[in-house]
Design a protein around this ligand. Sequence first.
Ligand code: 5GP
Length: 199
Amino acid sequence: MASIGDRPGDATRVARVIVVSGPSGAGKGTLIGHLRARMPELAVAVSATTRPIRGGEREGREYYFLTPGEFERRVEAGDFVEHVEYAGNRYGTLRSELERILSTGRSVVLEIELRGARAVRASMSEAFLVFITPPSMFELERRLRARATEGDDAITERLATGRREMDAVGEFDVIIVNDDVQRAADELFDVVDRATRAA
Ligand code: 5GP
C-alpha cells in the first residue's frame, strides 16, 4: 500500500530557500531554467529592480520593474529581505514573494548576486547557498560579450564585480563550475534534490 511519503514532491520534500549566486554571465539563469524543467514544484522568486527592462523581458516575470522612487518607498516600508545596488541599479528580494511561495510548501530559488546571498545567509541560517562559477574569467568575458545585453562600460563593470565575487566561493554550501551546461545542470539538480529531501 502506498503511503503519503511515497508520493514524489510533497511529504518527501522540505521547503527550503535555495540561493543561486555567482558572477553575472556565469550561467545562473540558464541552469535554473534546466532545474525548473526537472523540478516543476520549485518556484523562483521574482525580484524587484530599477534597471531598464530588456527586450524579451516581461513585467512580473523576470522582475518587477520599479522606478527609483517606488523602490525606495518599498525599502522604507521594510518590504525587502535584502536589497543592493549593482552596476548602478537597485535589486531586491521581496519578502511577500518568499512568504507566498513558502506558504504553499514549495522550495524557493533566489537568483541573486553575492551581497544579497550573504544577507540571506545572515538572516536565514537554514538557506542553502549555491555558487555558480564560469570555468575562467576569459570565459566569463566571452559570455557577457556574446549575450550582448549590455554595452562595453557595463560589461567592464560586471567583469570587475565578477572578479571580486569569485573570492567568496568559500562562503557557499556548494560550488558548481559551469564548464558544460548539461553537466552543470545535472549537478545543480543533484544538490538541490538532496538539499530538499526530508531526512
Ligand atoms: P541582471 O541585470 O543581469 O538581470 O542582474 C544583475 C545581477 O543582479 C545578477 O547577478 C542577478 O543575479 C542579481 N540580482 C537579481 N535580482 C536580485 C535581487 O533581488 N537581489 C540581489 N542581491 N541581486 C539580484
